[in-house]
Design a protein around this ligand. Structure first.
Ligand code: HEC
Length: 150
């Protein structure tokens, strides 16, 4: 009986561990070494949209040219990420807001953007077709749901 309980307890601990991991995965859109692979496309600045704070926007290889030249819509595979910071030098990271352009049909109503909010360790807190993100990113002056002015 004691052994059974131990086995059950071990199983429960294992399951709890799994659940914890599955709700806090690293974003598959943001490589852990993204700073070496992504390009900064907007300088550090105070933001209006994401609460109080500062942000710096970076883009992957697919997104960089169309984002900086403003050729909308961005192609499938484009990833644009806003690093959120607590102070005006953008050196104390608090998390990320990320947009990834999926294949046509992922979410036709909102230009096939996949939205994510990440913690400072790049773990996913919110994920998918997030209406709370897309609804604010829809109106002008945003283009293809991209809002950060040059
Ligand atoms: C209340 C409005 C609002 C909401 C809600 C919002 N954003 Fe934004 N977002 C903005 C604005 C405005 C900017 C441009 C920078 C600025 O001035 O704040 C921006 C910039 C960005 C950028 C930089 C790329 C660009 O040019 O737009 C990303 C990435 C982003 N947001 C992702 C998200 C994600 C993901 C969510 C939801 C978890 C979200 N945003 C929710 C208003 C919003």
């Amino acid at each position: 009986m004691k052994t059974t309980l131990h086995v059950l307890a071990a199983g429960a601990a294992l399951l709890a561990g799994c659940f914890q991991d599955s709700t806090a995965q690293h974003s598959t859109f943001l490589p852990l070494d993204y700073e070496a692979r992504f390009q900064a496309v907007r300088t550090c600045r105070a933001v209006a949209g994401h609460g109080l704070g500062y942000q710096r926007v970076l883009a992957n290889d697919v997104a960089q040219a169309p984002y900086t030249t403003g050729s909308y819509p961005l192609p499938t595979g484009a990833v644009v990420v806003a690093e959120q910071h607590a102070e005006s030098s953008c050196t104390s990271l608090t998390g990320f807001y990320l947009m990834a352009k999926e294949s046509p049909g992922y979410d036709t109503a909102t230009a096939d953007w996949h939205w994510q909010r990440l913690d400072a360790n790049q773990r996913v807190l919110e994920d998918g077709r997030l209406q709370k993100c897309s609804s604010c990113h829809a109106p002008a002056p945003c283009n293809d749901y991209l809002c950060s002015p040059p």
